[in-house]
Design a protein around this ligand. Structure first.
Ligand SMILES: Nc1nc2c(ncn2[C@@H]2O[C@H](COP(=O)(O)OP(=O)(O)O)[C@@H](O)[C@H]2O)c(=O)[nH]1
Ligand SMILES: [Mg+2]
Length: 244
């Protein structure tokens, strides 16, 4: 029997947090979805620390846990995509591997998507009070404002790691590095609706953030025009019918 929800967790150098994240997800999801109702797919992006070894070892204790590993480091979006491709459920929920996202919120987002009408493709978490540095919050507010006005995606926090998405919708999206920051815009482009849902955020207690403000600005300057180009090049065939 296939699970109802696949929890996909991108992991890069999170040896201090990854196993704890898997255990917390297991305890929350087994209550909500029951044994066999969910799977946890942790995708190690060729970490240079002990993340993969620790997760592989934790598989003995956590039956719902699957551990994938990339041959080459290729970024968070690629890790999410590998997890979605391997997933056995029709509903995916993504959770960061650093412990900042509360698993209870992940279970709730997946439930909202499961109960939503089919035109809802994505339920995107929006962090109420981000537990990050002031400079990161300021840069993020600024970047989100620009992206929102240019793409009209109505989303104030696209970088939130918590997102529930239909697997078939995700697989229809064009893939590029940093795709995960543009999910609302790309899901809307496919004709699906995005629901925004407030979630909590926790401070990072171990490891280091993988992103800097300058690094994110540099990729945004490439990606934003790219997504605008994708939107301009969209042509919609409307309903596709087949002769009887
Ligand atoms: N697989 C993979 N995951 C990454 C990469 N960079 C960041 N992540 C994961 O994405 C999540 C969010 O990254 P983080 O550095 O905490 O970003 P922040 O919360 O915005 O500071 C964490 O689970 C990271 O382990 C990467 O290059 N590959
Ligand atoms: Mg984080």
């Amino acid at each position: 029997m296939s699970p109802t929800v696949s929890v996909v967790v991108p992991v890069y150098n999170e040896e201090g947090a990854a196993v704890q994240v898997a255990s917390e997800i297991e305890s929350v999801f087994s209550k909500t979805y029951g044994e066999g109702g969910f799977e946890i797919i942790m995708v190690d992006d060729r970490s240079t620390d002990a993340s993969y070894a620790r997760l592989s070892e934790a598989k003995q204790r956590i039956p719902a846990l699957r551990v994938l590993r990339h041959e080459h480091n290729s970024g968070k979006s690629a890790a999410i995509r590998s997890g979605v491709m391997a997933a056995r459920a029709g509903i995916i929920v993504t959770v960061d591997g650093d412990g900042q996202n509360p698993p209870a919120d992940a279970a709730r987002l997946a439930m909202i998507l499961r109960d939503a009408p089919p035109h809802v493709g994505l339920v995107a978490g929006q962090r109420r009070a981000r537990q990050d540095t002031a400079s990161k919050k300021w840069a993020s507010r600024w970047a989100n404002g620009i992206r929102k006005s240019l793409l009209n995606d109505n989303c104030d926090d696209t970088a939130c790691g918590l997102k529930a998405i239909r697997r078939d919708v995700f697989l229809r999206l064009p893939f590029f590095d940093q795709l995960h920051r543009y999910l609302p815009a790309l899901v809307n482009r496919e004709g699906f609706t995005t629901l925004l849902e407030p979630v909590d955020d926790r401070a990072r207690t171990t490891g280091q953030s993988k992103y800097t403000n300058i690094g994110r600005l540099a990729v945004a300057l490439t990606d934003l025009p790219g997504v605008m180009w994708l939107n301009r090049r969209l042509r919609k065939p409307g309903k596709v019918s087949e002769a009887e």
